[in-house]
Design a protein around this ligand. Structure first.
Ligand SMILES: Nc1ncnc2c1ncn2[C@@H]1O[C@H](COP(=O)(O)OP(=O)(O)OP(=O)(O)O)[C@@H](O)[C@H]1O
Ligand SMILES: [Mg+2]
Length: 258
């Protein structure tokens, strides 16, 4: 049976659906690993729920049609990653909505998958080695949970140490990946230390012109009140680099999908 439905490359692949489209295809393994949970998609740390979502198959596509139209025009600009001196930089994206469950993370994940696909295919076409981790997904809430695990008054060393190692590994990955999703950056109730680390990642990416998709429950203009202007004008600089879109509609979180 064909492996096309499991492979993010399928929509671009001339072998998709044919006899050679199996779990042993080298390009499938390069992107999904031998066990289906590795490769470049696995290295991106995308939560399971959002793996395999593309712009074409996203459950949010219909309801957020105008945003998906913008994104259909946006993802081809990823080809600029291969230009030495692109005329224009690749923009970043900022998705927000008041209510939860409107498809922000789903859509950010679809864009991430498009980036991996285009990075991989573009590298092969240029006879280059694709990066092992071209894209990374940082779940800011999960990252904060890790932070709290080693920042309590009495934490046994065998709990604190692995948590802190993992915390800094995620932080480094989110800083160095050419493309990153920073999911749910509007988190409130955070300590100054954690907020500082989140700002360090954003500041690094903004300063180096790295492509980032942010999701948030507040518009960019209100981010300063949550960020408390730790880095002067960080939010202004983010805004200069971002296409901002509001996700409207009701929450689909917890609704049974047909
Ligand atoms: N427009 C939509 N139509 C159908 N299903 C949707 C739609 N938007 C989201 N979903 C589904 O609802 C669930 C939640 O979506 P998602 O996590 O993308 O929302 P979110 O906007 O990131 O929410 P939050 O603000 O809580 O982070 C997912 O299972 C997703 O597939
Ligand atoms: Mg979300």
């Amino acid at each position: 049976m064909s492996n096309a439905k499991n492979c993010i490359l399928a929509q671009h692949c001339s072998l998709a659906g044919g006899a050679q489209c199996t779990k042993l295809c080298p390009s499938y393994i390069a992107n999904h690993g031998l066990n289906g949970a590795g490769g470049r998609v696995g290295a991106a740390n995308l939560p399971l729920e959002y793996r395999g979502v593309t712009l074409a198959n996203s459950p949010a596509r219909e309801e957020q049609a105008s945003i998906y139209r913008v994104l259909e025009g946006y993802v081809p600009t990823f080809a600029r990653q291969f230009e030495e001196h692109p005329e224009k930089p690749i923009k970043s994206l900022y998705f927000y909505s008041d209510s939860p469950g409107t498809g922000k993370t789903t859509t950010a994940s679809a864009v991430l998958t498009e980036y991996i696909t285009r990075h991989y295919i573009g590298s092969i076409l240029r006879n280059r080695q694709a990066l092992d981790r071209p894209a990374y997904f940082l779940d800011v809430n999960a990252w904060q949970t890790l932070y709290n695990k080693f920042n309590r008054p009495t934490v046994p060393a065998d709990v604190a140490e692995p948590a802190s190692r993992q915390y800094y590994a995620w932080m480094t990955a989110a800083e160095v990946a050419p493309f990153a999703v920073l999911d749910d950056i509007g988190v409130r109730d955070v300590t100054e230390g954690f907020r500082g680390d989140l700002h360090t990642i954003i500041n690094h990416r903004v300063t180096n012109g790295m492509v980032t998709v942010y999701t948030s429950n507040i518009p960019l203009r209100d981010l300063n009140t949550v960020f408390r202007e730790m880095k002067p004008r960080l939010v202004d600089r983010m805004r200069d680099l971002c296409i901002e879109r509001e996700f409207v509609g009701i929450s689909h979180r917890g609704l049974k999908r047909a």
